[in-house]
Design a protein around this ligand. Structure first.
Ligand code: F6P
Length: 355
């Protein structure tokens, strides 16, 4: 049985751990397994860049971040565009057929799932495993990488508290998540943020400044804001996509944290500082939770392959590891629902959500 594997899109800490779980479980069940690892995601499949791998390649990588296969972004919207006569989809199909693969395993996020679904519709046997620190794939309660990133962002918020307290400052931590606020929401709660701003809940700067003023008046010495990189103000929601783009250019393309700093500084006396966490959130090693989760997800992926259940994504639902059709995974990205129970609970904790 010949199984291709690739890791696609932005990386996370638990890609190696997931591949290890998958490959170990496959070898436990069958001795005739051959693994083909494609290098740098879909690029490897397109351009026949791969290596033959064995079980030993996957040993001792449970706790190692990054990906031993490398990754790249191959945007889905360009996938069907023929460039310089090169048909990417046909090229991927050709490699798959040439190597006589029985199936292809894709570890990826939303965009990678769209391509996986397309390849599945084109007749390839595909199994996918849900990766992203954004936790925004439909059909699964959780993606791997999410918990490790929460731990990193939470640690940073812990660290900001001590220095912010010493100086009596207002500190803004900009956390990843362009469209989905899961990471900011969870790390904001865990990191005792006073204010949590997410893309799904447009903010009102007046409300935030009033909240901060009241807190400081009532004796709080410092303020921590956990802010997703994709936040948008209530005013900005009235703009068209084009107008918003123009406004961002006018603002000087500064990131969300710095935009908020400028807005807050106009309203509040006091020092405001910004920290952009950036790719640190995807770096380092997987946390214990992710090591267990990915081991289980890997095993489930192996079971799908051994049972020839293709065209499916391994999913976490109510603490069980199950699977859903790829069509479910690509329906629409999973966002924070402003009416969700967790949002009500955050409000009950007295945390400001900016609205
Ligand atoms: O999709 C994961 C993610 O880390 C997002 O949170 C972030 O917006 C994006 O990737 C950053 O992408 P890149 O690594 O290409 O800069």
């Amino acid at each position: 049985m010949r199984v291709g594997i690739l890791t696609s899109g932005g990386d996370c800490q638990a890609l190696n751990a997931t591949m290890r779980g998958l490959v170990k479980a496959l070898y436990q069940q069958r001795k005739d397994i051959e693994i083909i690892g494609f290098l740098k995601g879909y690029q490897g499949l397109m351009y026949e860049k791969y290596k033959k791998m064995s079980l030993s390649d996957f040993e001792d990588i449970l706790n190692v971040g990054g990906t031993i296969l490398g990754s790249s972004r191959c945007p889905f919207k360009k996938m069907r565009v023929i460039e310089d006569g090169f048909d990417k989809v046909e090229a991927m199909k050709k490699t798959y057929k040439k190597l006589k693969l029985d199936c292809l395993v894709v570890l990826g996020g939303n965009g990678s799932h769209k391509t996986a679904n397309l390849l599945s519709e084109k007749g390839l046997n595909i199994v996918t495993l849900p990766k992203t620190i954004d936790n925004d794939i439909n059909g699964t309660d959780m993606t791997f990488g999410f918990q490790s990133a929460i731990d990193i962002a939470t640690r940073t918020l812990d660290e900001l508290h001590t220095t912010a307290k010493s100086h009596g400052r207002i500190m803004i931590a900009e956390i990843m998540g362009n469209k989905a606020g899961w990471l900011t929401l969870y790390s904001g709660i865990a990191g005792k943020a006073d204010v949590i701003l997410i893309p799904e809940i447009p903010y009102n700067i007046e409300k935030i400044s009033q909240y901060i003023k009241d807190k400081l008046k009532n004796g709080r010495k410092h303020i921590i804001l956990a802010v997703a990189e994709g936040i948008i103000s209530q005013e900005e929601t009235k703009l068209s996509k084009k107008e918003l783009k123009q406004k961002r250019v006018k603002d000087g393309y500064i990131s969300a944290g710095y935009r908020l700093e400028a807005e807050l500084s106009e309203k509040i006396d006091g020092e405001v500082r910004v920290v952009v966490l950036g790719h640190i959130q995807r770096g380092g090693n997987p946390c214990a939770f992710d090591r267990v989760l990915t081991s289980r997800i890997g095993v489930k992926g192996a079971e799908l392959i051994l049972n020839k259940q293709y065209g499916r994504m391994v999913a976490v639902q109510s603490n069980n590891i199950t699977s859903v059709p790829l069509s479910t995974a690509v329906e629409k990205p999973k966002r924070v629902d402003p009416n969700d129970e967790i949002i009500r609970q955050v409000r009950m904790l007295g945390i400001c959500l900016g609205d």
